[in-house]
Design a protein around this ligand. Structure first.
Ligand code: GAP
Length: 466
């Protein structure tokens, strides 16, 4: 797809429409009118997102002897959020329109207003108090801080003593388990703890589809280091995170790093970089790499009374470990992979006659991410062909996610699979009955190879290298 097409505003609408029509993503609670910013992953979406998470886990935990996994609970002791700084500082600045009652993030309004300069503004606004509502030009309220954590109650009594929070990040579950993991797994610094799980934030302005939602999944890895080595590891993890996206097919032109400005740094961060992707709605954060210093373990030492001092025998030193955090959103990664893979081919490529040439969509997902790896397509519904096709499906399905389709012309069936990113289509035809072989078609090159029925599973295994 050309670069110009990438930023077409209607491109996102096309991707959203495809995602709904082909079972990737549905609006949540749709029959009740939907629930703002909540989405359900359909049969193909859950495969895509599971693949994203599985590949992240593989790179982090399976292929890295120095990183181990964790699955901590969503509900945690409320003091954790005091120690982490979330109760005091996890806020967004909020303003309301007095006329139309719409709610905005003050920093977003200011950013948008400043972006209008120099064409439309005499002077750059210094503060949100100088602005009007962008929807109806009404007056705005004064700016106030809004805490993003969802509150709930534990047990039958709904009082302040039983108030707890849905975790706004998975990271804290890792920090409070630092010693449990380090001692049970006999790990020496530097080492990492990885976790994938749901997080919840009562975002003031969710939006851009699944990009900013109130319930989402994070993939976080916290790397515990000697303070002297923190800068070195920060650079190492920046490189590794970028390479993960590139290895899974994200186009290099669509990926960039952005350092946080001093006034943008989170309360815990000494240094931070965002990994950004060029979405159809602009460059936005996919994940981050943060040097958190000793903030987390020092704070938990202070608030819990549990001393997290680590004795580094090799270095002959004792210290509170510093943390290099890599954090990414599973939903944002899945969305970026979808956007990057979406390709329109004007005039089509599977249609043969001039009269029925139409635009075709190919989802060029990396095979490891594709929800379905191979589709088995009998050329006709004749029982002698469908029997062979069904037998083949039984052989392949223990190894890969497969699909079976015997409805409509073979060209149409190829197009249906191209649209959901299936890397290989396997056609069982009348010749199969003679030569015990099938035609395997490659989604991207459209090359067709004749492969013996007995060899298909091995052929795909070699090609897919998951
Ligand atoms: N532990 C650090 C941390 O939570 P963050 O930048 O606030 O840092 C990390 O969040 C990642 O979580 C983001 O880069 C993004 O991918 C994802 N994320 C954060 N808020 C989100 C939201 N409202 N919807 C979807 N993903 C979100």
């Amino acid at each position: 797809m050309s670069k110009a097409k990438k930023s077409e505003p209607e491109l996102m609408d096309k991707i959203i429409s495809l995602a709904k029509r082909r079972g990737f993503i549905f609006p949540s609670s749709e029959i009740y009118g939907g629930l703002n910013s909540c989405y359900d992953y359909g049969p193909l979406g859950v495969e895509l997102k599971n693949n994203v998470k599985r590949l992240w886990w593989k790179t982090m935990v399976q292929e890295n002897a120095d990183i181990v996994g964790l699955d901590s609970s969503i509900l945690m002791h409320p003091k954790i959020w005091e120690a982490s700084g979330h109760i005091a500082s996890f806020t967004d600045p909020l303003v309301d329109c007095k006329k139309c009652r719409k709610r905005f993030r003050a920093d977003h309004l200011l950013e948008a207003a400043r972006a209008l300069k120099p064409q439309y503004l005499k002077e750059e606004p210094k503060d949100v108090s100088e602005l009007k509502c962008p929807e109806c030009a009404g007056d705005l309220t004064a700016k106030r801080d809004f805490n993003l954590m969802f509150k709930t109650f534990m047990g039958a009594v709904e009082d302040t003593a039983s108030q707890i929070y849905l975790r706004p990040e998975t990271a804290q579950g890792i920090y409070v388990n630092f010693e449990n993991v380090q001692q049970s797994m006999r790990k020496k610094i530097p080492f990492g703890i990885a976790q994938i799980g749901k997080a919840f934030r009562n975002e003031i302005t969710p939006g851009n589809y699944t990009f900013r939602t109130r319930e989402f999944e994070q993939m976080e890895m916290q790397w515990f280091v000697n303070p002297k080595e923190a800068d070195h590891w920060f650079e190492v993890w920046k490189e590794r995170r970028k390479n993960w996206y590139l290895a899974l097919g994200i186009k290099a032109d669509n990926l960039r790093f952005r350092p946080h400005a001093k006034d943008e740094l989170a309360h815990y961060a000494k240094a931070a970089f965002d990994v950004e992707y060029n979405f159809p709605f602009g460059w936005k954060e996919l994940g981050g790499i943060h040097n958190r210093g000793d903030w987390d373990l020092s704070r938990h030492t202070k608030f819990s009374g549990h001393d997290f001092t680590y004795r580094d025998e090799a270095a002959g030193e004792s210290f509170i470990p510093w943390i290099i955090e890599t954090s990414a959103g599973a939903d944002r990664a899945a969305l970026a992979f979808l956007c990057d893979a979406y390709t329109e081919i004007d005039g089509g490529r599977t249609t043969t006659t001039e009269s029925n040439k139409e635009m075709e969509v190919v989802l060029r997902l990396h095979p490891a991410l594709a929800p379905i790896k191979a589709a088995v397509l009998p050329l006709s519904k004749k029982p002698e062909l469908t029997k062979v096709a069904e037998d083949l499906l039984v052989k392949l399905s223990p190894h890969f996610m497969t699909a079976y389709d015997e409805v409509s012309s073979i060209g149409r069936r190829y197009r249906r699979q191209d649209e959901i990113g299936t890397p290989y289509c396997i056609t069982v035809d009348f010749e199969t009955l003679q030569d015990q072989a099938v035609t395997v078609r490659d989604r991207d090159t459209m090359k067709q190879e004749r492969i013996s029925l007995a060899e298909v599973a091995k052929y795909l295994q070699d090609k897919l290298v998951l």
